[in-house]
Design a protein around this ligand. Structure first.
Ligand code: ADP
Ligand code: GLC
Length: 483
């Protein structure tokens, strides 16, 4: 099975969130179960700098406003072949792949991600690199979705397409007056295609034209069929029937393992939890919190956006602190949330810590050193930090939504009796419900035998990529056979 994966970010070169972690791990996992996988990425500075042995595949000439576009092929360590679209006019700029320094979308995102999709479709058709033609083109999120429309616009279908929704909230919406820039037939500017309330939407290209659609957890695959979480696209998704499915993400053990993690103060495992206390003390010290083994330490590592429900945490914080707990957050995003967390830190020195910004290494310390990790999201397609937390014996406190509902088992009396509980799960998106869940966690923390039971059970969960890759492979076969 030959598979071309197409995405805008990949760990460790460019990462804004969980998408990069998935794109960094899935191709290798597919290769390990026998697929012939290549990845296609935009030529962002860190990607061009991080690719080994790049060589020219072909010159594409001027396209999408860029004077010079070239297709390169190189390797991403350890052994993944990667195509890179080198278009300096569109991609050679510092900062975030999607946003300019002022936080607004790059003004030419239409051209930047249309080019990515165009090149993907033409590699898939065997026209740019005659030496390799995939059976499946697998596009991730709206940035890569247009590939599915370019494939569908061709007179002959030679490749199956799979589109994975990592986050349905981001559509890639543009003005109808710019539709002509895509170079697609005008029939694609219709409600049955890319049109969305007068504009046109990249994500609709994936939802309408991909042979199969997946999302990153079974529960989110159901939720996006509903008006509540369908982001205005629930009708489109329902219409795709059983061609929409959920495949839960895995965890890369090379990156996230407490027994070998080079970023943390001490190593530990389910069999020997000793190092965890050292990680906690080191974290408290680094954050300027009172070093106190007896204070339950709750942390968050997250984009600070409304998706993540962090306003609930702010409301529930005074009660949590009242119970003797400590709280720390690392993240960046919404200025109002950043300000509010900073204020909380000023009001509670030694008990609340805030690290604004993005710091991959420190994220490991936040996850390893905490007792509990909060993920109170309003919606969560999969969520990775609760999975990392489980591996590090950090007990997750999560909302019952999306991938959070699929990966954390609440410490109810029944689940404790059945020896299944791994965390604390709450329902309504309210500070009250979150507060009660955190309170249950504090009470459990004060019962060391129970708490260690939760830690060990979490650490024993298996979120290996191997079975995930097998599921994608089965889906690719189905898509190819029914092409
Ligand atoms: P999302 O993709 O919606 O942001 P996920 O939980 O799937 O949520 O993935 C988030 C990823 O980004 C995790 O790897 C997490 O550790 C990382 N992350 C988020 N915020 C930060 C930050 N401020 N510093 C370092 N890593 C972060
Ligand atoms: C998205 C989602 C997150 C998911 C990640 C990787 O960014 O918000 O829930 O874990 O993609 O699939």
């Amino acid at each position: 099975m030959k598979v071309l994966q197409v995405a805008a970010e990949v760990f460790p070169l460019v990462k804004t969130g969980g998408l990069a972690d998935v794109v960094g791990a899935l191709p290798q996992a597919l290769a390990a179960v026998g697929a012939d996988v290549r990845l296609l990425l935009p030529g962002l500075p860190a990607i061009l700098a991080g690719i080994e042995t790049p060589s020219l595949v072909c010159e594409l000439g001027p396209m999408f406003g860029a004077g010079r576009v070239r297709l390169l092929r190189g390797m991403l360590a350890p052994a993944l072949p990667v195509y890179v679209v080198d278009a300096p006019y569109l991609y050679d700029r510092p900062g975030n792949p999607y946003l300019a320094a002022d936080g607004a979308e790059w003004a030419d995102n239409l051209q930047r991600f249309a080019l990515l999709g165009w090149v993907a479709a033409h590699v898939a058709a065997g026209e740019l690199d005659p030496g390799w033609q995939p059976d499946v083109l697998h596009a991730h999120d709206w940035h890569a979705a247009l590939a599915c429309a370019y494939v569908a616009a061709r007179p002959v279908r030679s490749v199956a397409t799979v589109f994975t929704v990592h986050n349905l909230a981001f559509h890639g919406l543009f003005s109808p007056t710019d539709f002509f820039l895509l170079g697609l037939p005008s029939r694609f500017m219709a409600p049955s295609a890319l049109e969305f309330h007068g504009q046109f939407s990249f994500i609709k290209a994936g939802l309408k034209f991909a042979s199969r659609i997946t999302t990153v957890s079974p529960t989110y695959a159901q939720e996006i069929r509903t008006p509540e979480l369908g982001s205005g696209l629930d009708g489109v998704i329902r219409a795709r029937g059983n061609h929409v499915s959920g495949i839960l993400n895995g965890v890369d053990p090379e990156v996230w393992s407490p027994a070998s993690d080079a970023q943390i103060a001490a190593h530990f495992s389910a069999a020997d939890l000793g190092g965890k206390a050292q990680c906690k003390a080191a974290l408290q010290q680094a954050l300027g919190l009172t070093v106190d083994a007896g204070a339950p330490l709750f942390t968050i590592v997250s984009r600070l956006t409304s998706q993540k429900g962090l306003d609930l945490v702010l409301d529930a914080l005074p009660d949590l602190l009242h119970q003797g707990a400590q709280f720390a957050v690392q993240g960046s995003g919404d200025a109002v949330l950043e300000h509010a967390f900073r204020q909380a830190m000023a009001q509670h020195p030694g008990r609340v810590a805030v690290r604004l910004g993005y710091d991959e290494n420190f994220a490991h310390q936040m996850i390893a050193g905490a007792d509990a990790m909060l993920v109170p999201s309003r919606f969560e397609p999969c969520g990775l930090t609760q999975l990392y937390a489980l591996r590090y014996g950090t007990v997750p406190v999560v909302r019952r939504v999306g991938g959070l509902a699929d990966t954390v088992v609440d410490a109810s009396d029944d689940h404790l009796r059945q020896d299944r509980a791994t965390g604390f799960v709450f329902g309504p998106a309210t500070a009250d419900a979150l507060g009660r869940a955190m309170q249950r966690a504090v009470v459990a923390f004060r019962q060391p035998t129970l708490w260690q039971q939760l830690m060990r059970r979490g650490m024993a969960q298996n979120f290996s990529w191997e079975p995930v890759a097998q599921q994608y492979l089965a889906l690719y076969h189905e898509a190819v056979v029914t092409l």
